[in-house]
Design a protein around this ligand. Structure first.
Ligand SMILES: Cc1ncc(COP(=O)(O)O)c(C=O)c1O
Length: 392
């Protein structure tokens, strides 16, 4: 085989897909002088709800805010337990603590990386009030199983759909199977970005009304248009709410990104399919497994190395990719190994064996619409070269 030639330019781990259309939309919003929450946010909510097949959508300034509000709107609080996964970003669990409840962790299914429904059942106690499953990396959780457990034990389900714009379960988008809520992230790295931003969707009129209050300073009515002709200056504060709303500059970006979502998703899918094909041929790496019920959004492309076949570990593999000018990331360091969580809840190594084993092996590779064919091929070759060099 030829000597591997390191390219000159570093391949970034992530680059948001922004075009002149987004620039014009933001420019137009600024020129309209309505830059805070207003008509564009309302339109983005309406279009987003339609897109994912939910009745209501409430736009917020992050997915973290949406996850927090989802629990508040279901009166989850002190004395309650909420089950989630260790394999997530901290905000999934932090927001459970923010409402005064106790996060209880259920290990992942090693095959998919998503929370294991059998493990959820094992962790249910009389105090359990909710489950927060995470559609990890854009892979989807087994919702029928999770919903049937939730029905049996009267639990609220707040889906963490931060990665799941573009994901479907059994042919229908995440957001259209709802029993509770789903919360999406529009952070810069996500499949659809507003810079920072989030959306909570629900089919439940009462949750929608409560979420608007919690996310809007606790004001009793939707006050965004109180300065417009016919708007009223009167309001009550009926909850000690949060300043979590989205504003129109973000929504202007979001509306354009939503209109481009199919085009952006098609590019992600093409790259992911090439990765899937090529990595399946390399024995010392495992491409992600996608179950038959799932359409993966390909938010993240996560390979697992097979350390049994290599003389190097995951950390060194990342260094080797970096030396070859390939940017990477790791999703995630299990929340249960973070110092706050180990100190407060006493978690120790071995408590979540599947999450720990998965964590030791994972590498997130670059995957975004503007990644070129040449870059994709180069990344595959770089992985192949490292495996060849460090194979046992
Ligand atoms: C699984 C998961 N949940 C929640 C969040 C929080 O999203 P945001 O940054 O929009 O608050 C993230 C962030 O990346 C995430 O990865």
């Amino acid at each position: 085989m030829d000597q591997f030639k390191v390219r000159e330019k570093f391949i970034s781990y992530n680059v948001p897909d922004l075009t002149e259309k987004e620039v014009e939309a933001v420019d137009g919003t600024i020129r309209s002088h309505w830059v805070a929450k207003g008509p564009r946010t309302a339109k983005f909510e309406e279009e987003f709800a339609k897109r994912v097949g939910a009745k209501h959508a409430v736009a917020m300034n992050s997915c973290t805010a949406a996850l927090h509000v989802a629990l508040l709107s279901n009166d989850i609080g002190p004395g309650d337990e909420v089950i989630t996964t260790p394999m997530t970003f901290a905000s999934t669990a932090n927001t459970i603590i923010h409402v005064g409840a106790k996060p209880v962790f259920a290990d992942i299914d090693y095959k998919t990386g998503c929370i294991d429904p059998d493990e959820i059942e094992k962790k249910i106690t009389p105090k359990t009030k909710a489950v927060v499953p995470v559609h990890y990396s854009g892979q989807v959780c087994d919702l029928d199983r999770i919903y049937s457990i939730a029905d049996k034990h009267s639990l609220f389900v707040s889906e963490d759909a931060a990665h799941a714009i573009g994901s479907s379960y059994k042919g229908r988008p995440i957001g259209s199977h709802l029993k509770g809520t789903a919360s999406y992230s529009f952070y810069a790295t996500k499949n659809l970005t507003t810079g920072e931003g989030g959306m909570l969707v629900t089919d439940d009129d009462e949750i929608d009304a409560k979420a608007r209050i919690w996310a809007g300073q606790g004001m009793s009515h939707n006050a965004w248009n109180r300065y417009a002709k016919g708007g009223t200056w009167k309001y009550d504060i009926c909850e000690p709410g949060f300043k979590y709303n989205m504003f129109d500059i973000q929504a202007a970006l979001g509306l354009v990104q939503l209109s481009r979502l199919d085009e952006m998703q098609a590019k992600r899918k093409k790259i992911a399919e090439k990765y899937q094909r090529e990595f399946a041929k390399i024995d010392a790496v495992e491409p992600p497994f996608v179950p038959g019920y799932a359409t993966h959004s390909w938010h993240l492309y996560i390979i697992r190395i097979v350390p049994e076949l290599l003389t190097i570990d995951r950390d060194r593999f990342i260094v080797e990719l970096n030396k070859r000018n390939v940017g990477t990331s790791v999703h995630f360091i299990p929340v249960t190994s973070m110092s706050y969580y180990t100190k407060r809840y006493g978690f120790k190594k071995g408590d979540f064996p599947n999450s720990e084993k998965h964590f030791d092996r994972i590498i997130s590779l670059p995957l975004y619409p503007s990644l070129t064919d040449e870059e994709t091929d180069y990344i595959i070759d770089a992985v192949r070269d490292i495996v060849k060099k460090y194979h046992k």
